[in-house]
Design a protein around this ligand. Structure first.
Ligand SMILES: Nc1ncnc2c1ncn2[C@@H]1O[C@H](COP(=O)(O)OP(=O)(O)OP(=O)(O)O)[C@@H](O)[C@H]1O
Ligand SMILES: [Mg+2]
Length: 320
């Protein structure tokens, strides 16, 4: 396969028939290989972008290339590389689970005989093999979501796009779904783009992240660099014995005591967590446990959205 990126989007815009501009000249390149997170608040334009990539509708301007193949000029080739799990269930509710996969394979010129072992492997891995003869409408919500994933993978796409694949899926199942997705990523060398509102998923899985907001890409960077940019972090300490008097800590941005057994310490970049440990220990305070007050990506996201509400479209100059 060529060295072309898995996905290249240039100047992509979409104005819906009612005049609403959902995408405003988006440029995005997703390299081959790992997991890529596309995040953004409700209505940011994520599903619009994915709708264009899956040829559900045409962009107003711009181009999409999948592994170097122009989607608008050469859709049949580009689509061979692509599997999409849309946000809304869109399979035939009156078709049986296994048949849905076999039918899908047919769209890619794969015979039923050839598709069957692959369908069995996918349905087994996603915990749906027992349901293979059930009508799809009889599945639970989480099962329907997994059926969407199995269907998207039947033709071994090199790029898999998942639009909120874990919405409505319980925590345990989510974990096993991601394990499976990681397996596909490694064994089949499939690049995976995902949107999610569970930001911790993006943080754990994705090497790169783009944030879309009001139809524009605000951030496109390495997850590591992004997290490093977040300069303020709050730690919550659970204390073993009650604090008898107000605590004095130096070299921290803020310290609060919500109750006698809890201490919240905010550090800005450059301030040392080790310094906090040392001072607590000097003062004879034993720490039972410690955790981050909130997920850092979540914090960034909130700041992004807050700023946007306050400043209209001036986010770009904010340097975030
Ligand atoms: N068919 C349509 N006609 C007009 N406007 C639309 C249409 N589909 C979506 N929109 C609007 O485009 C904007 C982007 O919607 P989109 O579904 O792409 O957002 P999203 O980022 O996927 O949000 P969510 O996180 O809620 O899924 C929204 O303001 C939405 O109301
Ligand atoms: Mg959406």
């Amino acid at each position: 396969m060529s060295e072309a990126p898995a996905l290249t989007i240039k100047n992509l815009s979409k104005t819906y028939d009612n005049g609403f501009s959902a995408l405003k000249g988006v440029d995005l390149t997703v390299p081959q290989g790992g997991f890529f997170a596309l995040l953004g608040p409700n209505g940011a334009g994520k599903s619009t972008m994915i709708g264009i990539i899956s040829s559900l509708f045409k962009p107003t301007t711009g181009s999409v290339h999948i592994f170097g193949n122009d989607l608008l000029e050469n859709p049949s080739v580009a689509k061979q590389y692509l599997g999409v799990v849309p946000q809304e269930f869109n399979f035939n509710m009156f078709e049986k689970v296994e048949d849905i996969l076999i039918t899908q394979a047919g769209y890619f010129g794969i015979s039923a005989k050839e598709a069957k072992p692959r369908a069995e492997r996918l349905l087994t891995a996603l915990g749906l093999w027992d349901k293979r003869d059930s009508m799809s409408r009889e599945l639970s919500g989480g099962m329907k979501r997994r059926l969407m994933i199995a269907r998207a993978l039947i033709h071994k796409p090199k790029l898999l796009i998942l639009d909120e694949p874990t919405a409505g899926v319980d925590i345990e199942l989510r974990r096993s779904m991601w394990e499976f997705m990681q397996q596909i990523n490694i064994e089949e060398n499939t690049t995976i783009i995902l949107t999610t509102h569970y930001l911790e998923e993006a943080e754990q899985l994705c090497k790169r992240i783009a944030i879309l907001d009001h139809g524009e890409i605000r951030i496109n960077t390495d997850m590591k660099d992004l997290l490093a940019q977040l300069s303020v972090e709050t730690f919550v300490f659970d204390i073993s014995t009650p604090l008898e008097h107000p605590l004095q800590l130096t070299g921290v941005t803020e310290v609060t005591q919500p109750d006698d057994f809890t201490l919240e310490v905010t550090l800005t970049e450059g301030e040392s967590l080790n310094g906090v440990f040392a001072q607590l220990s000097e003062q004879g305070i034993t720490i039972a446990s410690m955790r981050n007050k909130s997920n850092r990506l979540e914090e960034l996201f909130m700041r992004l959205v807050d700023k946007n509400i306050q400043n209209g479209d001036s986010m770009k100059e904010s340097g975030l």
